[in-house]
Design a protein around this ligand. Structure first.
Ligand SMILES: [Zn+2]
Length: 118
């Protein structure tokens, strides 16, 4: 929960206490409509404070989900990079590349010399 969310939540609770006091005072001074209205306002401020907590929890859960997805994406990118590096590490000469690994260039060290005595 952010500092702003805490401050807003506590402000809602403080205002709800003030409106509750006003509701009680109105009820004691024979103003039932004001008392009912202020009591309703008190409940609404409490609901607002609770919703602020719930919204903060949802924002935190969403941030965790986004961070987890980014890490999974980075891990997948890392696997692709390692696979490409392995492929390049086992690469041979240009002729080997263009022939899909079936032939080597004449200057390649992997070229097997044909025995001409046979
Ligand atoms: Zn080769």
């Amino acid at each position: 929960m952010t500092r702003t969310a805490y401050a807003l939540s506590y402000a809602y609770l403080l205002v709800s206490l003030l409106t509750l006091d006003c509701a009680v005072t109105s009820a004691r001074n024979s103003a039932p409509l004001y008392a009912a209205g202020l009591a309703t306002a008190t409940l609404l401020f409490v609901v607002a404070a609770v919703r602020e907590h719930m919204a903060a929890d949802e924002r935190r859960a969403e941030a965790v989900r986004v961070e987890r997805a980014a890490r999974l994406r980075a891990m997948a990118d890392g696997r692709e990079m390692r696979r490409a590096a392995d492929t390049l590490a086992h690469a041979c000469c240009e002729r080997w590349w263009t022939s899909c690994g079936t032939q080597h260039a004449s200057t390649c060290t992997h070229t097997t010399r044909k025995d001409i005595s046979r």
